[in-house]
Design a protein around this ligand. Structure first.
Ligand code: SAM
Length: 237
């Protein structure tokens, strides 16, 4: 992968960045995403934020190699500490991390979200925590995508500020309000895999002492399996 030739996953993330955006890409190992968007002329400017020195140096090197220092500023910082109000960032991308880490980055940096018009978030797992955060913090989910690359399944969630209250059902929180309506082949594959995995865990739990804790965990799994199977098998959802 390089700045001209992105992975399909990052190309799809890039497709949600608006023309003329000032982008903050947080967790910007190699700065591939902002470099790709700058070379295509999509973004006006970008901050590539990275918390670890090695990836930060790789990002700096890549930006220099591409001659994009005037457009992309690489900063060593954790989460949205990389962003200053004077940057007038309009879009933020955070890709390739778990949902709970992405959620903690946007929640810890909430005060930096004033003026941001779009969040493009690509959790590798547990996207539910992002949807819970969106509902509690007034961000609507305007686009969702699920894709498979090298046998791994990824989700992309695009959030925009909303004036009206956001409410999701349990099914929408877990599986996505848009994805659970579309029910693509990749979506069906992901949730069939998850459900099979939960069933295996349930079987293995039978072999342990049935404490209140274990009984509670089993009930959680039974509820999730029922919810997922309802969506997978219901023609109308
Ligand atoms: N965004 C790229 C992508 O999707 O291919 C890189 C993903 S890589 C798996 C995750 C990167 O996020 C790592 O380089 C890691 O150091 C960085 N990271 C993790 N937590 C971070 C944080 N709190 N602030 C900034 N960067 C972070």
């Amino acid at each position: 992968m390089n700045a001209q030739q992105l992975s399909d996953r990052l190309k799809r993330v890039a497709s949600y960045v608006p023309e003329g955006a000032v982008l903050a890409d947080i967790g910007s190992d190699h700065a591939y995403l902002p470099c790709y968007l700058a070379l295509k002329g999509v973004i006006k400017g970008a901050i590539a934020g990275e918390v670890v020195k090695g990836p930060y140096e790789s990002a700096q090197k890549k930006v220099r190699q591409e001659g994009l220092q005037d457009i992309i500023d690489v900063r060593l910082a954790s989460g949205l500490a990389a962003v200053d109000p004077a940057d007038s960032v309009t879009a933020i991308s955070i890709a390739g991390m778990g949902g709970p880490l992405i959620t903690s980055i946007i929640d810890d940096g909430k005060e930096k979200l004033a003026g941001v018009q779009r969040l493009i978030l690509q959790p590798n797992v547990h996207s539910k925590s992002i949807r819970e955060w969106a509902a509690s913090n007034g961000w609507a989910i305007v686009e969702e995508e699920i894709l498979k690359e090298n046998d791994k399944i990824y989700e992309i969630l695009v959030l925009e500020p909303s004036a009206s209250p956001i409410n999701f059902t349990e099914k929408e929180l877990l599986m996505g309000p848009i994805l659970s309506k579309e029910k693509s082949a990749v979506f069906n594959e992901k949730w069939s895999r998850e459900s099979a995995q939960w069933k295996r865990i349930l079987v293995s739990m039978e072999a342990t002492e049935q404490t209140l804790h274990i009984l509670g965990k089993k009930q959680e799994l039974v509820d999730k399996i029922r919810l997922v199977e309802e969506v997978l098998h219901d023609e109308n959802t």
